[in-house]
Design a protein around this ligand. Structure first.
Ligand code: ZN
Length: 253
């Protein structure tokens, strides 16, 4: 039974990544894909890169994976982002940077689904897709029934009804006591699904978020996973990254 774990926006949070991978194993997923932003914000960029590479899974490039390569862009960032980016860059080897630079912007996996960090219409523009209107352009370039994305750090379900994009994210409000909700896919309808963030959720729930695609059942399971938030915060402070990056983890913002 093929069950693909879809993870995104790890952002160098090793505590969250380890907890999610443990959950992926407990769920007996058969494979895993990563939608980018492996680095940035948190304290373990090198370790998370090593971890992701060791999984030997399909990965697409996120904006942080790209921005860290371009020191000439750092001056345009706000002070918190700039400090985090400079620190992250200093942790990475030339080999790490080369690996990041070679990531593709989008990929199709087993002819079943597409993966992209932001949107399919302009994957290098890093547009934020918050609502159905924002999702319209991406649907025009989506040629598979299913596409997974990340980037906003908030889980979402968008569907193309043949004429326009519709936001079905209310389906995600029914999380059970274990932090799980299952979304059935509608046959022959295009779905554009944001799997949320492993390492820095921003939807008010501080638990790590990821999804499991079951290609037999045609369902996507969204899961929230508890992890050692305090440990991740302490690591941020101990390496001298901005305090704000630690604070936001416990608020899920
Ligand atoms: Zn991100």
């Amino acid at each position: 039974m093929p069950r693909t774990a879809v993870i995104s926006d790890i952002h160098a949070n090793l505590h969250a990544l380890s907890a999610v991978i443990e959950d992926v194993q407990a769920e007996q997923c058969t494979d895993i894909v990563c939608l980018g932003d492996v680095v940035g914000y948190n304290a373990y960029p090198r370790e998370c890169l090593d971890y992701i590479r060791s999984l030997n899974c399909p990965v697409v490039k996120g904006n942080h994976d790209e921005e860290v390569l371009h020191e000439e862009h750092y001056t345009r960032m706000n002070p918190v982002a700039r400090q985090a980016m400079e620190w992250t860059r200093a942790q990475l080897s030339d080999e790490d940077l080369t690996w990041l630079s070679r990531l593709q912007y989008q990929r199709i996996v087993r002819s079943q689904f597409t993966m992209v960090h932001s949107g399919l219409d302009q994957p290098k523009a890093w547009n934020y897709i918050f609502n159905a209107n924002d999702a319209t352009g991406s649907f025009q370039k989506q040629f598979s029934m299913l596409c997974f994305h990340g980037h906003t750090h908030a889980p979402k379900v968008f569907v193309w009804d043949g004429h326009r994009a519709v936001d079905y994210s209310y389906l995600l409000e029914g999380l059970d006591e274990n932090g799980v909700v299952e979304v059935p896919l509608t046959p022959s309808v295009k779905h554009f699904i944001n799997v949320g963030s492993v390492g820095q959720p921003r939807d008010g729930d501080p638990r790590a978020c990821y999804a499991i695609y079951d290609s037999d059942a045609q369902t996507v399971l969204f899961k929230r996973v508890e992890y050692d938030v305090t440990g991740a915060q302490q690591a941020i402070l101990s390496v001298g990254l901005p305090e704000y990056l630690a604070e936001r983890l416990e608020k899920g913002m």
